[in-house]
Each structure stands twice: as C-alpha cells, then as structure tokens.
Design a protein around this ligand. Structure first.
Ligand SMILES: [Zn+2]
Length: 388
C-alpha cells in the first residue's frame, strides 16, 4: 500500500510533461532538457573529484597528518572560564552524573586494569568528569579517595594530586582504634571484602582487629556519605523587643550579623540571582548543595527574594565572601564567592536588588556565584525554583 503512493504521485507529472511535448514544444524542451542534464553532469563530476582529492592527499604525504601523540592543550576561546573549576561540565538533566559507558579499549591496559592506588596530578584542561571517566570510576569514588585534597568540588586545581582507586569504592585511613568490622559497617561492605581484597595487605587480620594507624585501606564497593560536606551553621531564633522574630545566624563566624530581624515574605518563590550573562556550572547534587553560575568578575548579584541580610562577610567554610538572606518561614538563600558586598547586616532587600558582585573568593578556582536555597537549613535544588 505505502509503496504504491509515490508512483501515483509521479504519474500526473509525467502526463503533463508528455502533453507539453505533444503540443509542439517537444523538440525545444527536449533540447533544453539535454542541455540541463549535461550541465548538471559536467558540474557534478569535477565537484566529486575535488572532494575526494584532499582526503587522498594526506595519506600520500604523511607529514601533513595531525600527530595524535600527547601535546599541551591548545588555548581555546574563553580560556579563563575554561580553566579549573569554571570549565567543569554540568551534570545530566536530572542532576545525576552523566552516565556514559567507557570503552575499555580506548584506555591503555595499565590504566583500565589497576591493582593499586595511583596518584594522578591534575593537568590543565582536566575536569572531575574527565578524570573519573579516564579511570573508569564514579565521581563519588574520586571524592571518597580524596577527602583531604578535594574537600569539595570547588577545589580542583592544576597540580593537585589525587588518589585514583583501582575500582569504585572508598579509600580510608585507619586510626588504629577502628576494627575492620567497624570500618566495613561504616562503608557498607563485609569485613572479608576489605581483608581479602588484593589491593590491601590485611590478610593477616581478623574482622575484630584494628589495622595499624595510618594504614590506607581500599574498601572496594564501599560507599561513604557527604553529610559532613554541608555547612550547617548554628541558627538561633528569638523574639525581639519589638515583638518580631530575630535570628542569629552562624554566631561566632566572621561574617555573622548577630541577632537581626528575620526576613518575611518569599513564600518559597525565588528569582534568578545573577543579573547578566552566565553559564551553569555544577548543578545540585550529592556533593554540591547549590548551583554554580559561572560568569565574569563584577557581574551584579541580586536578591532572589525579599528578605533581610543575616550574614555578610567572610566565611571560613569555603564560601569566601558570603551573603545570606533570610526570607521568613525558614527560607534562606546563600550567595558565595563574592568580590564585593553591597549590603550590610540587618538590611532589608527586595527581589532583584543589587547585593554584591561575582567573585572567586574562598574555595573557588574561577569567577562564579555559588547559589543555595535552603529551607530550615536543608539545601534544596535551586533549579526547582528558578529557571536557569
Ligand atoms: Zn558551587
């Protein structure tokens, strides 16, 4: 049925053509058609020849073929942004790591099948994604093997040395007190997984033994958590003399405002905090409790909702110059790594009001705004509130 349709469509055209020839224009039209066909043929043949010629040339002259051997990465447009953190690719649309199966044959044999922990020095152009893919590891394993060197995603820098596990899991340092049983339970594996692993020299120990302090232990298939990666400042609410609610956010921290009036009125509605061009960097996920909006230093940062300033200044957790706004009902927003603060403690701000400028202070290796939305201290995915 479907195959006959094209034929029924072409038939009327042919009929018209034939009719035109019969009506006396036959010789003229036939001549024109011949000229047209030969013109097409003449034009086409040399074109094909031109296309095929260059592909043949490089094989004849090997000196012209690009060398696939390692070489320093070429400078690319926007090199400042492409550097270190700022060029880190974004996660998948659902916020999960981009799950792409690595083709084993693309890796040298010694990298794809490792029997010990390697130390890899971060190169220019590397990203956490590319390193994880290169060694066929999950992003989590990269973090769980580098708690000290890589306290969070903002810390990737050229020259940083990373432990590369032979397979996914956790790299743990024994404290001399914890038994293998306890370590196994903490990372959700069996004691035998640790004792029998070819990556460890612990076969002489029983589950109830504690490995000597400082022993580095590979926990294949182990899973840690990121609970201690989230800054959970102390927040004290109190009634003010005027009858309102006051909040003392992160008391004792350099940028803390001390007791100031709590904000009101966001209703869980938030606007885009960057007023200008930006690119989305790290999105909200297990190891990153906010969204990174990468742009150039000095771009204005604006309040995402009406509220009061409860933190304005230096943060020792890694946020650098930080502004935190209170919006009432337990809602807060964080604006980190700022180069300039345009508001002060206790100040009321409205949505879209200029509060600071993009910077790269604190744990940051490129100009960007690290933006968080929290409710009752719990970070939520900003992309659920703002269309980035
Ligand atoms: Zn961030």
């Amino acid at each position: 049925m479907e195959q006959t349709e094209p034929e029924t469509q072409t038939t009327p055209r042919n009929t018209t053509w034939v009719v035109a020839i019969v009506r006396g224009y036959g010789p003229l039209l036939a001549a024109l058609a011949l000229v047209a066909i030969s013109a097409v043929l003449i034009l086409r043949l040399p074109t094909r020849a031109l296309v095929t010629a260059p592909t043949a040339t490089p094989t004849a002259t090997p000196t012209l073929t690009p060398t696939p051997t390692p070489r320093p990465p070429l400078p690319t447009p926007g090199a400042a942004l492409l550097d270190d953190l700022a060029r880190l690719p974004v996660a998948g649309a659902d916020g999960a790591p981009l799950a792409r199966d690595l083709e084993p044959f693309t890796l040298p044999a010694d990298l794809s099948k490792r029997e010990e922990v390697l130390v890899y020095t971060v190169q220019r152009g590397d990203t956490l994604w590319s390193i994880a893919e290169r060694f066929n590891l999950k992003m989590d394993s990269l973090f769980w093997a580098n708690r000290e060197a890589l306290p969070d995603v903002h810390m990737l820098r050229v020259g940083l040395q990373l432990n590369i596990l032979p397979e996914d899991g956790v790299y743990h340092t024994a404290d001399g007190a914890e038994t293998i049983q306890e370590i196994a339970e903490r990372f959700n594996v069996t004691p035998e997984t640790i004792i029998d692993s070819v990556y460890n020299d612990l076969a002489y120990l029983a589950p109830e033994d504690a490995p000597p302090p400082g022993t580095r232990i590979v926990v294949p298939g182990g899973a840690d958590d990121y609970a201690d990666w989230v800054w959970r400042p102390e927040v004290i609410y109190a009634n003010t003399a005027s009858g309102g609610v006051g909040v003392n956010f992160a008391p004792g921290h350099p940028g803390s405002c001390g007791p100031v009036p709590e904000g009101t009125g966001s209703g869980g509605v938030f606007a885009n905090p960057v007023s200008g061009w930006y690119q989305v960097g790290w999105q909200f996920q297990e190891w990153h409790r906010g969204i990174d909006l990468m742009t150039t230093e000095g771009i204005p940062v604006v309040a995402a909702a009406p509220g009061t300033v409860i933190f304005a200044g230096w943060n020792t957790w890694g946020y650098g110059n930080l502004i935190v706004l209170s919006h009432g009902d337990g809602w807060t927003t964080y604006y980190a790594h700022l180069s300039y603060l345009n508001v002060g403690c206790g100040q009321y701000v409205s949505t879209g009001q200029f509060i600071g400028e993009i910077g790269t202070t604190g744990r940051s290796s490129g100009p960007h705004l690290h933006f968080e939305i929290r409710q009752n201290g719990e970070p939520l995915d900003p992309a659920n509130f703002v269309g980035f």
